[in-house]
Write a protein that binds this ligand. Structure first.
Ligand SMILES: Cc1cc2nc3c(=O)[nH]c(=O)nc-3n(C[C@H](O)[C@H](O)[C@H](O)COP(=O)(O)O)c2cc1C
Length: 188
């Protein structure tokens, strides 16, 4: 099949959207992030890439803490809002109901189905547009309504997926197969 070059863009399919929480000047602030990923298992680590000098960045560095909150389909308007407007211009502390965990300075979103409370482990400057904030996940919180058999249920969470090409938000659809099982007897 012919390949059509798209240029060296930051493509990834699917690209989830999450809400990153930080206390800035003593107030909770949330920004929408698509550049997010798990980078370790033991201890559990996550990265969020934030454009240099964003309002949230100082708060994360000052408190050495941040949160990563799942954005579900029901939260799409509020998520877009937090990705359009900066805390430097508007007060985003009232957009969501906020709760705190053991770190005390990583604001988390009550109405989000799933929250990760993170202790800042490292800030990486790769020389480009963004800084990479790496956090150790010290606790994960799941809202009861989004669990099945005690475990987070992706179908209930309905995470938002971002398509940078068409500037649109999507949801995921069906479960495809069992992981670590469907490929067992595959004959390449
Ligand atoms: C769908 C979407 C994805 C975004 N992803 C990122 C991202 O990965 N990194 C980033 O620095 N900004 C990203 N932004 C932009 C920030 O969310 C936006 O600039 C926000 O207003 C910054 O908030 P703050 O100034 O209060 O920190 C995204 C915005 C949207 C709408």
């Amino acid at each position: 099949m012919a390949k059509v070059k798209q240029g060296p863009g930051s493509f990834l399919f699917p690209m989830p959207v999450v809400l990153v929480g930080a206390n800035v000047k003593g107030k909770a602030n949330f920004l929408s992030i698509a550049y997010v990923g798990i980078v370790g298992h033991a201890p559990p680590m996550i990265e969020v890439a934030i454009r240099k000098n964003r309002f949230s960045s100082d708060g994360i560095k000052e408190n050495k803490a941040f949160s990563v909150n799942a954005a579900s389909a029901a939260m799409v308007e509020a998520t877009d809002y937090c990705g359009i407007y900066s805390g430097a211009k508007v007060d985003k502390s009232q957009v969501f109901e906020v709760f705190y965990g053991e770190l005390r300075t990583a604001p988390m979103i009550e109405e989000s189905p799933f929250n990760l409370e993170c202790k800042l482990a490292k800030v990486l400057d790769l020389g480009g547009s963004h800084e990479v904030f790496i956090g150790e996940i010290v606790e994960a919180y799941s809202s009861e309504d989004y669990l099945s058999d005690g475990r987070p249920d992706l179908a209930k969470i309905e995470p938002i997926v971002y398509d940078g090409g068409s500037l649109s938000y999507w949801t995921l659809r069906d479960k495809l197969a069992h992981a670590f099982q469907i490929g067992k007897d595959y004959q390449p």
